[in-house]
Ligand binder design. Sequence first.
Ligand code: TMP
Length: 218
Amino acid sequence: MKKGVFITIEGGEGAGKSTLIEQLSNTMIQKGRLVMTTREPGGIPIAEQIRSVILDRGNITMDARTEALLYAAARRQHLVEKVVPALEKGTHVICDRFVDSSLAYQGYARGLGMDEVWAINSFAIQNLMPDLTIYMDASPEIGLSRIKQSAEREVNRLDLEKRSFHERVREGYMQLLKKHPDRIVLINAEQSPEKVFCDVLTVIEQRFAGFFATDVKS
Ligand code: TMP
């Protein structure tokens, strides 16, 4: 039975997810919360291996459905091996990307269809959805320029897609926001990291009253 809170962070390339996740987990740890951060695709050895196949810049012949299935396979393994056990122990989980990425990237931007991509993912996740999803919204122009400026950030196969692909990813997320207004919250990720963080803390406090208020172990 799930006891921890499951939060996912979504967004296009260069939206600032990693910075936000670090700030969020540091704050939660300071408040005495048990927290685990992880990422998709990856987070555990099997899923990291799948990640390197999907994102390998040499794999230019990869079929769109193959790509969608690989993301779903990595997701399944990561969920059962890492996320579910943590949540069951009462650890809060902050995950960099989850099923909404597949819906926006493969379902919408690649044109496979959100319903089709949802079908394989619902098989993979068996109804385990996040309690809250933060969507970090930034224009592809700003996001991609941030990636170019960052020497540490890997440039993967999907980063190499045309600007129009990244525009469609953003449109896909907008559709998801309309469909799931209770779960997904849009944050303006073009603001400073400090302002983004402040907005996210406000959202979390609103959703889970007292989450950051007390220094308790949970
Ligand atoms: P990252 O750069 O945030 O680590 O994500 C790796 C890439 O994989 C990024 O371009 C988004 C993409 N992606 C999908 O296309 N579908 C998915 O389901 C996931 C989790 C990621």
